[in-house]
Design a protein around this ligand. Structure first.
Ligand SMILES: C[S@@+](CC[C@H](N)C(=O)[O-])C[C@H]1O[C@@H](n2cnc3c(N)ncnc32)[C@H](O)[C@@H]1O
Length: 216
């Protein structure tokens, strides 16, 4: 199923851009309640997680470190982090996303039903984001980047996977040019890596950017 399918579900629900709705939490939950296959959900962790960790290990991110996955959905990335020995937190504000995550992955992960913009949890050693920020309208990205900075300890790592190519569709997910990502990060982060992801899922190959940025 192409990447666009879940967003067709969204259109059917008149939720063209869940992140832009007045109640985005309810909008996302409605998508999970739809019962259909969610095309952003790959059924397993993104292979880009391994690529990000290979870049993060020489920067000091070792098993035992705390890593949060904002917008974790069904929690595959958080569960993979826990299996590697990280103290993983899967955060999502949609109750049905977290219920699905718990059902799939149990208690190896600390699940938090909270909003990334308002949670008081943290600080963490690293943030790993795959398709959370780019599911939101770009006008929300500066606040999202600020939230990442606030929830990381100094020296903490922001590991971000973002689409730079969304096949010409207006939204969502929204495309993020690498230089946009650099501009977002630079007020509070040192950008250490910014390049096309090399280990994307085959359906996303050549369309994702991986950024590794360190909290200053
Ligand atoms: C496109 S899905 C991606 C899910 C998962 N990261 C994946 O790749 O399978 C985006 C997720 O972000 C969550 N989300 C969106 N805005 C959020 C916010 N402000 N706080 C917490 N979760 C949020 C949604 O509920 C949804 O589960």
């Amino acid at each position: 199923m192409p990447l666009t399918a879940a967003w067709k579900d969204a259109s059917a629900l008149r939720l063209r851009d869940p992140g832009a709705m007045t109640d985005p939490r309810a909008s996302w939950d409605a998508l999970y309640a739809g019962g259909g296959r969610l095309s952003w959900d790959m059924g397993k962790a993104t292979p880009v997680l391994e690529e990000a960790l290979d870049l993060a290990r020489p920067l000091g991110l070792a098993p035992g470190a705390s890593v949060v996955v904002p917008g974790c959905g069904y929690g595959h990335d958080a569960a993979a982090l826990a299996a590697l020995g990280f103290a993983a937190t899967g955060l999502d504000f949609a109750p049905l996303a977290l219920a699905g995550a718990q059902a799939r992955h149990g208690t190896s992960v600390r699940w938090l039903q909270e909003d990334w913009f308002t949670t008081a949890q943290g600080p963490w050693d690293a943030v790993f984001d795959h398709t959370c920020m780019v599911s939101m309208p770009p006008e929300r990205w500066p606040a999202y980047a600020e939230a990442c900075a606030r929830r990381l300890r100094p020296g903490g790592l922001w590991l971000l996977v973002a689409f730079h190519d969304v096949e010409g569709r207006p939204a969502p997910p929204h495309p993020a040019a690498p230089e946009d990502l650099r501009r977002l990060a630079e007020p509070a982060f040192e950008v250490l890596h910014l390049a096309c992801a090399r280990r994307s899922h085959p359906r996303r190959a050549g369309r994702e950017t991986l950024m590794v940025a360190r909290r200053t």
